[in-house]
Design a binder for this molecule. Structure first.
Ligand SMILES: NC(=O)c1ccc[n+]([C@@H]2O[C@H](COP(=O)([O-])OP(=O)(O)OC[C@H]3O[C@@H](n4cnc5c(N)ncnc54)[C@H](OP(=O)(O)O)[C@@H]3O)[C@@H](O)[C@H]2O)c1
Length: 311
């Protein structure tokens, strides 16, 4: 297939481009600078400089492609998570950006769309398993994702095949937030957001990338892409501790996360999310069934500095 990728230079994008090429697809990717264009060409993709918000230019760039993978995001660094202003760029990318991508893809006759979303949309489920029929919770940080999902459904209603992937919390080489978590763990500090017996559904970037490849042959719909075995936040901290090889003296903010309200709710709620539907629909399976295995592999990569992006 000829696939156009937005967000190709980001945490998941840097794993997705080589994964698509390894599976025989031809990749065109949006690049915002000459340096990023060169990096994409080095990975074997054709780089195109086009705005994510300009429908006519996007339609021109999408012409002749079989599918678009819309993976662009602008999540603030953890240090700025609490500032509402810091989320504005991301909200624009996920709302106006996804609308422009859908309109341009429809205008240029592209058949397929893969839209990035997150599984942190679900309400706190405690220890219950959560599948795609569970209700979503439209808290402020979730709304731009819900808009991107609605735009993707509009693509399907207009005759295309849109696949929405609700990813768990990214971790792995190149995920800025997980690199920070690993560095903190090496300094004996563990990030545990919310009650320690609550669940955290994560996904290693290599598995997230293989899911994007699998999504190209999925039926239209919304699918959870998470580890097979979500861990409790206590178990997750232990997995990180073991991978970092240093005892965790401090686990923060724990239950105190509730004090930060809406700003941290995407991470403080308990989410035991099931990937069964995506597995059944595509035959996809994560290489790392849980963060126990995934963090050990990530630690090995971060230590040797050999980021593996192939899947
Ligand atoms: N499910 C999850 O847990 C999840 C989801 C997303 C991100 N994250 C985490 O958040 C960290 C930072 O995230 P991030 O959102 O900045 O993602 P990122 O992983 O750094 O990549 C974002 C991608 O979107 C592109 N992009 C951003 N704004 C754009 C715009 N206005 N027009 C066109 N393309 C645009 C970026 O292009 P440029 O390279 O040109 O900037 C880049 O390719 C990541 O490292 C990851 O760890 C987690």
């Amino acid at each position: 297939m000829k696939v156009f990728v937005t967000g190709a230079t980001g945490a998941i994008g840097r794993h997705v481009v080589p994964a698509l090429i390894r599976h025989g697809h031809t990749v065109t990717a949006l690049a915002r600078t000459p340096e990023k264009a060169a990096a994409l060409s080095a990975q074997g993709a054709r780089a195109v400089a086009v705005s994510l918000f300009e429908r006519s230019a996007l339609a021109e760039a999408f012409a002749g492609h079989d599918a678009v993978a819309n993976l662009a995001t602008a999540i603030p660094p953890t240090s700025r998570f609490m500032s509402a202003k810091a989320w504005r760029k991301n909200d624009r990318v996920r709302t106006e950006g996804s609308a422009a991508v859908v309109d341009a893809a429809l205008a240029s006759g592209v058949a397929g769309l893969v839209q990035e979303s997150v599984s942190m949309l679900y309400g706190d489920g405690g220890a219950d398993w959560i599948d795609e029929d569970a209700p979503v919770d439209p808290y402020p940080l979730a709304r731009s994702n819900l808009t991107a999902e609605a735009n993707a459904r509009r693509f399907t209603e207009a005759g295309g095949t849109a696949v929405v992937l609700r990813f768990g919390l990214f971790y792995g080489p190149g995920a800025a937030h997980s690199d920070q978590m690993f560095a903190q763990a090496r300094r004996h500090v563990g990030l545990v957001v919310g009650p320690p017996d609550g669940y955290l559904s994560s996904i290693h970037l290599a598995d997230a990338a293989s899911a994007v490849v699998s999504a190209l042959r999925a039926p239209a719909g919304t699918f959870n892409v998470v580890d097979d075995e979500p861990l409790t936040k206590r178990e997750h901290a232990r997995a990180l501790e073991r991978a970092a090889g240093s005892a965790m003296w401090l686990r923060v903010p724990g239950r105190a996360a509730a004090l930060f309200g809406e700003r941290l709710t995407s991470l403080s709620r308990s989410l035991r999310v099931s990937n069964a539907r995506f597995r059944a629909a595509t035959g996809w399976a994560p290489r790392y069934p849980s963060a126990r295995e995934g963090w050990m592999a990530t630690a090995a990569t971060l230590r040797t500095g050999t980021a593996r992006t192939s899947v």
